[in-house]
Design a protein around this ligand. Sequence first.
Ligand SMILES: Nc1nc2c(ncn2[C@@H]2O[C@H](COP(=O)(O)O[C@H]3[C@@H](O)[C@H](n4cnc5c(=O)[nH]c(N)nc54)O[C@@H]3COP(=O)(O)O)[C@@H](O)[C@H]2O)c(=O)[nH]1
Length: 567
Amino acid sequence: MYREILSKLPSPVLFVRSGQPAITYANDAAARLFSHVHLAEYSMHDLLSTDGERQKFDSFLAAGDEAAEFSFGNASPFEDAQSGQSQDSERADANMKAVVVRSPVSEGIAYLIRPLDDEANGLGRFWQAVQFDPLTGLPNRELLRDRMDQAIRLASRLDEAFLGVLFVDLDRFKKINDTYGHAAGDAVLVEAAKRLRGCLRDSDTVARLGGDEFVVLLPNLRSTEDTSIVAERILDACAKPIEVGENVFQISASVGVAVWPNDGRNVDELLHNADMAMYTGKGEGRNTLRFYDAKMNEKARARATVEAELRDALRDGHFVLHYQPQFCARSGRIVGAEALIRWFHPTRGIIPPSSFIRVAEETNLIAPIGDWVLCEAVRQGRRWKDMGLDLRIAVNLSGRQFGDSLADRVKEVLNESSFPPELLELELTESFLVTDTEKAVRILSSLREIGVRVALDDFGTGWSSLNYLKNFPVDTLKIDRSFIGSTASEFDGRIVRAIIAIAREFNLTTLAEGVETEEQLAKLHELGCDSWQGYLLSGAIPAQELTEFCQLTEMAENRFSVQQRST
Ligand SMILES: Nc1nc2c(ncn2[C@@H]2O[C@H](COP(=O)(O)O[C@H]3[C@@H](O)[C@H](n4cnc5c(=O)[nH]c(N)nc54)O[C@@H]3COP(=O)(O)O)[C@@H](O)[C@H]2O)c(=O)[nH]1
């Protein structure tokens, strides 16, 4: 009962048990005063305002006096964030009376606190540091959680009240940080924080969780639609250019929304679901607004299962490569083979890459999987070479593999199998080249030095810029199957002709993919395409079948020549 009374006392009280460094107990008023910070993680020393006060406190403990008075709350052990100086000269925020308590149950010191400031102002810089993000001055995660918790309690007592939680993540922020340095990144964050604050009412909270992640709390909403009005305002505010020194940055934001009570009953669920909505939107493009729906959780669970199974597959050797033959248009001979991964799932059978490459990329499992593909394809190329088949092996790369260490790794893999570099062709898409052109030129040049070939996959679909061809050392343009079409009438002759003309101009070879009919092949030949692949003669097949296929085509010399077909 006494504990109950103590907890309800309007004055803040702390207690530290003898022999323990940290605060043992805080009554409700003290917890409120310190904004529900975990006081058990702090000692009384942490709370005292100056070195002088701390010395006085130590002497009090050493002397064994029954009571003493101290002031605390300001400089404490924390340095001034701007100057790095301690602030001993500044005023205290509270007075504290320390009283020794000796009872049969417990022995220690009780501290009775009398705040000098009003509670709403908090306890100066000490609590500022504990509850606010030092860069932007916004509430941090702890304070946000506390405010969300309070807002949920309040809304629970009201009829038809809603809370909106908006998870905001800046797009392209990492690139600014990496390219222009942390000072520029910090300036962008400060400006973004200011803009977010400007989109809200005083009673709303915007907190910075860390990095480029912010959360907006809209308490006591009358309608869930209000969240979209604020979210749209945030998207607009973030999409305006940000000037930092001489640079102008064009960023945007992705926003995910979860609404209490429909999308989560507590702080964790709301934050998790708003985050998931944001993440789903970001996956579909930038500058997006997504509202949480329960299916996102199902998708996330399914994704987590695939991720775990992919790890098992890599460990247990459940991936295999199939090879799709590539034909020379003039001779009709097989000149190469594209390695395409397949997953032999123990219960679900063969799973095509379209069902797992994206998860592998999102989880970065694509790095070890892609490395396995490279090694296995080169080993197979070596086996064919040993049989007298000089096939060029094409390997698809993920953007995640396209880094500064790529050339060294490729060299290592080629050396391990003594495989000629000119028989390896790495396929990449133009999207690899757009984010950091200097880096792309560096990587492609080191691949060129080794002597491996590079093909631009899906050429003409999306990012194409003739500048790439001028600046990037590549060897082959793969004409995307969407231009070849599935019937003769869908064959886009103008585009295919243009791609072939561009390739000639830049001294590159062309390879058409997705050739399914004789008519398409005849047209490609007419337009002067160098090589092709497609279901017309073969999809991707196991290595052994391709060996037999090559032997057969060798026997039927020139059987597949387009020249012969078209004449
Ligand atoms: N990073 C990696 N990506 C890989 C790897 N292996 C495959 N992939 C990528 O997955 C996508 C789907 O590949 P897949 O299901 O194997 O499909 C390939 C061919 O089977 C298919 N194809 C071939 N001929 C035809 C045809 O005549 N018609 C038709 N409709 N489809 C055909 O095309 C796919 C090959 O495409 P591309 O890579 O653009 O040449 C695909 O994007 C693969 O790139 C891997 O190891 N790593």
